[in-house]
Design a protein around this ligand. Structure first.
Ligand code: FES
Length: 262
């Protein structure tokens, strides 16, 4: 059974329209968290018994806090966004059988980190852990437009960051896949590891381009629902044998490229 924690809201800020940064304090921050793992938060409402899964954007053991970044998409996240400082939340975690593997990388090796929209938060903790190991990181991120960009300064502190926006209001105009083709054409050979998280189109773009890379990973966290193996809403199929079903929350959320049917 996953560990249950009582975490206290330290602060909560809307960092882009509809995107909230939630800092929680408590001893979960002392656990060994693999980036790409997630937590399941009980929404503090009598009407809502469901928990909601969220990627972990930051673990700060020294200050005993973890940070979640999320978009308000419905009643549950709306209620969460209105919770004030000092509110206690029941949190399960860290969850996810497989986060992003980083132990295979050595200092000065290079990692390409690719993300889109609300898939980006767990990539912040990943990038931090890689930089702490001495790995050189390059970020490539896609957003709808300039207004929706978040954590720009935080990521640029860790390594160079290229942006694509759908409307061209910031950075490259168009899809992340096209930005990869134009500006990172040699990525498959120049980067020692590739990591991605984001909507399906982005994951397919990464899966196609890096299917033969020995060290390329995608996280399917956006396709989870309950997060704890109870709802079967997250089932996906193994590419080499589609009769084999995998649960994203248990068997993932991180998979190797070319491993699952997208
Ligand atoms: Fe519910 Fe995986 S998200 S079973």
């Amino acid at each position: 059974l996953p560990l249950e924690w009582l975490l206290t809201i330290q602060d909560q800020t809307e960092i882009a329209p509809g995107i909230f940064e939630l800092r929680l304090s408590g001893d979960l921050a002392q656990e060994k968290v693999q980036s790409g793992q997630f937590v399941d938060v009980k929404i503090p409402s009598d009407a809502l018994l469901l928990r909601r899964p969220f990627g972990i954007a930051n673990v700060d053991a020294a200050h005993n806090t973890i940070t979640l970044l999320y978009r308000t998409v419905g009643e549950g996240t709306q209620i969460l966004s209105e919770c004030s400082q000092g509110t206690e939340l029941s949190v399960l975690g860290p969850l996810g059988g497989h986060g992003y593997p980083i132990d295979q990388l050595k200092p000065h090796q290079k990692a390409l980190i690719i993300g889109g929209g609300t898939g980006i938060p767990p990539l912040h903790e990943l990038s931090r852990q890689l930089v702490a190991k001495g790995v050189q990181v390059q970020h490539v991120f896609g957003f709808a437009n300039q207004e929706s960009i978040f954590y720009q300064a935080e990521f640029e502190k860790l390594g160079p960051t290229a942006y694509a926006t759908n409307d061209g209001s910031y950075g490259y105009k168009g899809h992340v896949g096209l930005l990869l083709d134009e500006q990172f054409a040699d990525a498959a050979t120049t980067y020692d590891a590739i990591y991605a998280c984001g909507p399906k189109g982005l994951l397919m773009a990464v899966d196609n381009r890096f299917s033969a890379h020995p060290n390329a990973y995608i996280s399917l966290e956006e396709r989870m629902a309950c997060g704890v193996g109870a709802c079967y809403a997250c089932v996906t199929k193994l590419k080499v044998d589609p009769t084999i079903q995998l649960k994203i929350c248990d068997d993932g959320p991180v998979f190797k490229t070319n491993e699952v049917l997208l």
